[in-house]
Design a protein around this ligand. Structure first.
Ligand code: ADP
Ligand code: ADP
Length: 228
């Protein structure tokens, strides 16, 4: 589902944030990406949704080589792939419903289908009763639920999350993890960068550890593995 072959990413300032990364993530896997601050986790994730392009090497998502993707084809990629951020990135002037429906409206899905699908994903994340609220009226955990609903509304094959519990208290973080587990149980591949040691050590999944732009550890059912 996700392949990287010898990927190097050198930023214009000379920092090498990915230094020869090769990886193969199969359909349906749940993968944590861990490592110290500045290790290259976000870069690794950004390469997957083509927020950044590799300096060399190939990134292949669901059979599409991103290096060969034309800019105008990027929206098609984004439909195969949901993204969830630490800071939610909801549109503040749109309601919960509108934030989630947006991705379907841009592809001109039938209005009735949009309504059914939006309510379905909002039910999955437990927010059906707040469809008319605006993001500012929601707690952080609720905003992240909306953002997860938005990420899956297109039924992508892969959901990529960069520190999705980074702004949430521990209890809320566990609730958010339950939702990701449920999405994964339905067959969606999940790749999640995280600093949450307790979660990684409790809900055991494949752990890819990155340091200095390189994969230093890749273990199924591994632990968080860093001190402090
Ligand atoms: P992490 O997510 O593990 O904290 P990042 O991928 O954000 O790591 O960063 C890896 C390295 O690349 C760091 O040294 C960081 O300062 C650098 N970096 C990240 N983004 C950019 C950028 N847009 N331009 C220049 N350097 C960057
Ligand atoms: P948490 O328990 O995660 O800290 P909050 O205390 O922020 O959550 O919110 C508790 C409940 O109150 C949530 O259901 C949220 O939707 C609602 N709420 C919070 N702020 C507002 C607001 N400004 N207007 C309306 N409802 C709000």
């Amino acid at each position: 589902m996700i392949q990287m072959n010898n990927v190097v990413k050198k930023y214009p300032n000379g920092v090498v944030a990915a230094n020869g990364i090769s990886i193969d993530i199969k359909q349906g896997e749940f993968v944590y990406v861990v490592g110290p601050s500045g290790a290259g986790k976000s870069t690794f994730i950004k390469l997957m949704y083509r927020e950044e392009k590799p300096t060399s090497g190939d990134v292949i998502i669901a059979g599409t080589n991103l290096s060969k993707l034309k800019n105008r084809q990027v929206p098609f990629l984004r439909r195969q792939l949901g993204v969830v951020f630490q800071d939610f990135k909801l549109l503040p002037r749109l309601t919960v419903y509108e934030n989630v429906a947006f991705a379907l409206e841009v592809i001109e899905e039938h209005p009735k289908k949009i309504r059914n699908r939006v309510m379905e994903v909002l039910e999955l994340v437990g927010l059906k009763h707040k469809v008319r609220m605006f993001p500012s009226e929601l707690s952080g955990g609720e905003q992240q639920r909306v953002s997860i609903a938005r990420s899956i509304v297109n039924t992508p094959k892969v959901v990529i999350a960069d520190e999705p519990t980074g702004n949430l208290d521990p209890e809320t973080s566990w609730e958010i993890m339950n939702i990701f587990e449920e999405i994964n149980a339905r067959g969606t591949t999940i790749v999640m960068a995280t600093h949450n040691r307790e979660i990684v050590n409790t809900i055991r999944k494949r752990v890819i550890a990155i340091e200095g732009g390189m994969i230093v550890r890749d273990i199924f059912g591994g632990d968080y593995g860093y001190e402090g």
